[in-house]
Design a protein. Structure first.
Length: 52
């Protein structure tokens, strides 16, 4: 899936599809623009810490 995805960066695609497959609650990253938020919320570290 990662090889044929619309992601510009292969590593971001691998992380996204792994997270999707593992049913994680969110992805935490400093670069939100690189991720699709269709199925998994994408949060900055600051946003995540504000939730806890």
């Amino acid at each position: 899936m990662s090889l044929v995805s619309d992601f510009r960066d292969f590593e971001d695609a691998v992380q996204y599809y792994f997270a999707l497959r593992q049913n994680v609650d969110c992805i935490i990253t400093r670069n939100r623009a690189d991720y699709i938020e269709d199925n998994i919320p994408v949060l900055t570290p600051e946003e995540f810490l504000a939730l806890t």
